[in-house]
Design a protein around this ligand. Structure first.
Ligand code: ADP
Ligand code: MG
Length: 477
């Protein structure tokens, strides 16, 4: 008898192939957590952490997995899943330490710039030739380091440019480095990480993080106090200047002017400038042309909305840092529901911890759902599967119970497939739930239905029209 293949070995071989075919982020999120559990008669059983997980893999990676399993086990090779069900009923309430307040902006009122050297009378020593540089507080928040910044497709360019700049401040083509992107996508975090890394690698360099608002206020004060020279000199001696949210310079001509001169001085002297903004230079209004053209000298890198995998990774990292464990399904639910803004994602996570620890309630999917309903107010109300079924039935003039039955009559089958297709695309319900609502079908049937509808839309114009009419009706709830 041929010696039985070792299941662990088989899975390791599969992973090797898979690794080459998916991004490293996806690999980490979806494949590392899988455990092979047995192999008998060419059926490899793997264990996945949740139903959601299983569906995601089936939907996105099944072709790849099938191929690799067949390669390993021959044409007869098959795959089975074993799903660990989260036992939320027995989950204990989590007692958690709520992370220290708002880490977003470091407020340190004792440091006002241009700095006070503590040497009464000499407000700014830098204008005196030959005087040593005074230690400038960098104003950096240690929580915003590269170590806590998760990489994903959404931030790859900006992250790697940031890394390059940290290794050789002022010595790359990325000068200035302009990081732009929407609210809460990590601009401040990344800009600070660059500063932190440089401080670590080059302790002798003077790094300064400042928001454009603070810069503006200081400049106005300097005008009032008649010491704009000091102000200019102070900024011109910085080695790495990080200015956050430069869009606030818009319309402030004098401040822009001051910044322009500081920028030129630093740039000419090989010093590094890092800027962030909520828009790319071409879309910045109220900004002087000469300044905009400077912004374009280096690299503008954008931060985009993170994909599901990156959102999960960010939450996992936070949990780890806070020493908290959330049930996998809760984590997935959060990452799945909050899609556009990392700050909101973190906010939801923190309120969930707070709720649980204040009310001594376990963090369950139920609690997460209630909380998200309150938290994510502005998202459009989600249509329900029932509603979709009703619209589809009205449209094809079929009774609802027929659609919900198991019948295989042709006209019912198609309507049911269409309902599944919309439920998949317009609700957050799992494939299993959708299947259950539509005649007790399983997730594979739902997937098949979605593919069929997509194919028909590609090939049949009339069918495509049905679908778009239906879509309008469903959206008009
Ligand atoms: P922005 O400045 O673009 O508005 P922030 O840098 O303040 O956004 O980020 C908002 C929150 O999201 C911060 O708490 C930050 O730590 C977190 N965050 C953003 N991007 C990432 C990332 N890639 N990995 C981990 N945390 C992130
Ligand atoms: Mg910011």
């Amino acid at each position: 008898m041929e010696k039985e293949k070792d299941y662990a070995k088989v899975w390791v071989n599969c992973l090797e192939i898979i690794k080459d075919n998916v991004s490293s982020q996806s690999f980490k999120t979806w494949f590392e957590p899988i455990k092979p559990v047995k192999l008998s008669a060419n059926v490899l059983t793997i264990q996945v952490p949740s139903q959601f997980f299983y569906e995601w893999i089936e939907e996105h990676y099944i072709t790849l997995i099938k191929k690799t399993v067949r390669k390993e086990l021959g044409a007869e090779g098959r795959l089975e899943y074993s799903i660990i069900m989260e036992n939320t009923y027995n989950a204990k309430p989590y007692t958690v330490k709520i992370p220290t307040v708002n880490k977003r902006e470091l407020k340190n009122p004792s440091v006002s710039m241009p700095i006070d050297t503590g040497n009464a009378g000499i407000r700014n020593p830098f204008i005196i030739p030959g005087l040593k540089k005074v230690n400038v507080e960098s104003q950096l928040n240690p929580n915003y380091a590269f170590e806590t910044f998760i990489e994903g497709d959404c931030n790859r360019l900006a992250r790697s440019a940031g890394g390059a700049v940290s290794k050789k401040p002022g010595g790359t083509a990325f000068n200035p480095l302009l990081i732009y992107g929407g609210v809460g996508l990590g601009k401040t975090h990344l800009a600070q990480a660059i500063g932190i890394e440089i401080k670590k690698e080059f302790p002798g360099k003077t790094v300064l993080y400042v928001t454009s608002e603070k810069f503006t206020v200081q400049f106005i004060d300097a005008i009032k106090n008649n010491n704009t020279n000091d102000f200019m000199h102070f900024y011109q001696m910085i080695d790495v200047l990080i200015i956050d949210d430069v869009q606030f310079f818009a319309g402030k001509d004098k401040t822009q002017d001051a910044f322009f001169h500081i920028f030129n001085h630093l740039h000419q002297n090989g010093k590094q400038v890092v800027l962030t903004s909520d828009k790319p230079p071409v879309e910045m209004q109220g900004m002087e042309q000469r300044l905009l053209s400077r912004f374009k000298w280096g690299l503008s890198a954008d931060l985009q909305v993170p994909g599901l995998e990156t959102r999960i990774a960010i939450l996992e990292k936070k949990m780890y840092a806070d020493g908290v464990e959330l049930p996998k399904e809760v984590l997935e639910y959060l990452a799945y529901s909050i899609t556009t803004n990392i700050r909101e994602l973190e906010g939801a996570y923190i309120s969930l911890l707070a709720q649980s620890s204040m009310n001594k309630k376990a963090i369950t999917l139920e609690l997460a759902k209630q909380m998200i309903d309150k938290f994510v107010k502005n998202t459009a109300r989600e249509v329900s599967i029932d509603y979709i079924q009703k619209v589809v039935c009205d449209y094809f003039d079929l009774p609802m119970d027929l659609l919900k039955s198991k019948t295989r009559k042709r006209e019912v089958v198609q309507a049911r497939q269409i309902a599944m297709f919309f439920a998949k695309n317009m609700t957050k319900s799992s494939l299993a739930t959708i299947g259950m609502h539509c005649g007790g079908k399983d997730h594979a049937t739902v997937l098949h239905a979605c593919r069929t509808v997509n194919n028909l839309m590609d090939t049949d114009k009339r069918f495509k029209n049905y679908i778009s009419e239906l879509e309008k009706k469903i959206s008009l709830q």
